[in-house]
Design a protein around this ligand. Structure first.
Ligand code: ADP
Length: 401
């Protein structure tokens, strides 16, 4: 069977990222990123090495400039465009072919993701205008977590806030947790998609998740991506009364507090140095106290979250590390596992430090549940889900002109 092509698009507020993926392939055929859109410094760069200034280009103009390059790498017609969309609210429990109803749904969920959903819509509009004959699919970061039971997704707040205003835990990083849990089942010789997993996605944003037989049972992020773990610049969990305390004692308003919690906290705030784990590891090795504290808090809070999430599962078949930190930082994995002996999880130190970069592997000691390092591939997951949506459509939708 011919392997179909998918163009994966991730529209940001001032950027658009593209990846051309072939069905079933672990490597993109072509990748490009346009940045600083809507400013005089707008430009794109591509995996082939091409770069170009784009003047004041918007999303549509940037995509238009990139299309000839995409066509150069696409030997076949593109079957579908798959868009990453951050927030699908409760309306979207899986990927959807984009039509007017889906567009309206993404717009309606914008209050829950005011920076991301409008940016995702800019990418969708650009692609729909420029590639009108190719079906477009939306893949939502939140959809995977719609399987969480109410006792996991409800806050202990008056019912009206949920029923009328949608205040609940949604969770994010769904495509990544879903992808690595699936890979974990394959790596451990289980039936496709099966197993009880704890997953730690540790990038600039960080979240943990409990997954049972391919379904999210609970996750650390909530109404917004601020809840849960310590992240690069985000605080993760703090006492909810912190807002009132800062307002009363320092006179801070909400925008100032949002800035603090989202941009000045996490690894950056604790270390006073950097939000970048690589840099912090180096500084820790050089004796920087702030870097050492930041890494310790990061790992302890991660372990505490993972141990808490275990109650969402009937057993723990294994723990998965992914994202830039999870995949690359043997130190983070080791310090986190130091706190998880209570769960019978034990690392093999040599396997942990010896794992080749970019490769999936098992790093547990004998007798421990599996501990896996699995490079995430959100674009591949988006591509595969987009094709699955196409396979459910009437036949005429599958062969664009
Ligand atoms: P994003 O969430 O933006 O996709 P990534 O998944 O790329 O981010 O993760 C970025 C984080 O991964 C940074 O903190 C970076 O320092 C960390 N990282 C990448 N490589 C290494 C490494 N070799 N050792 C430790 N940390 C690393």
């Amino acid at each position: 069977m011919t392997k179909r092509l998918v163009l994966v698009i991730n529209g940001g507020s001032s950027s658009i990222k593209l990846a051309l993926r072939q069905q079933g392939s672990s490597k993109p055929l072509f990748e490009a990123q346009a940045e600083r859109l809507n400013t005089p410094q707008a430009s794109f760069s591509c995996s082939g090495g091409e770069t170009q200034s784009l003047g004041d280009a918007d999303h549509r103009e940037a995509l238009n400039a990139l299309l000839p390059l995409i066509k150069k790498y696409a030997q076949l017609p593109i079957s579908v465009v798959g868009h990453r969309v951050v927030h699908g609210g409760e309306q979207f429990t899986g990927a959807r072919l984009i039509d007017d109803e889906v567009l309206a749904g993404i717009q309606a969920n914008a209050p829950l993701a005011p920076l991301h959903n409008p940016a995702n819509l800019s990418g969708i509009r650009a692609a729909t205008e420029l590639l009108p004959d190719i079906p477009q699919v939306a893949v939502f970061d939140t959809a995977f977590h719609q399987s969480m039971p109410p006792h996991a997704f409800r806050y202990a707040l008056p019912d009206e806030l949920y029923a009328v205003h949608g205040v609940r835990r949604y969770g994010f990083h769904g495509t990544s947790h879903q992808y690595v849990a699936h890979q974990a089942s394959l790596l451990t010789g289980r039936q496709d998609g099966y197993g009880a997993w704890l997953s730690a996605h540790l990038g600039n944003g960080c979240s943990s998740c409990a997954i049972l037989d391919g379904k999210s049972m609970d996750t650390s992020m909530g109404l917004t991506p601020l809840e849960g773990l310590v992240m690069g610049t985000r605080s993760g969990d703090v006492d909810p009364n912190l807002h009132a305390h800062l307002a009363r004692t320092l006179g801070w308003d909400l925008p100032r507090i949002e800035q603090l919690l989202n941009r000045e906290s996490g690894l950056l705030g604790l270390s006073g140095l950097s939000n970048d784990m690589r840099e912090l590891e180096q500084a820790r090795a050089d004796g920087h106290g702030g870097a050492q504290l930041a890494i310790e808090v990061f790992c302890y809070r991660l372990a505490r979250s993972l141990a808490g999430l275990a109650v969402a599962l009937p057993r723990v078949d294994g723990l998965i590390f992914t994202g830039g930190i999870g995949e690359n930082s043997a130190l983070t994995r080791a310090l986190t596992l130091n706190h998880l002996a209570v769960m019978g999880l034990h690392l093999d130190p040599d396997r942990n430090s010896g794992l080749p970069r970019g490769e999936a592997g098992r790093i547990e000691a004998p007798g421990s549940p599996a501990i896996l390092v699995i490079p995430t591939d959100e674009e591949r997951q988006i591509a595969e889900e987009s094709l699955t949506v196409m396979d459910r459509q009437p036949a005429q939708m599958e062969t664009p002109a």
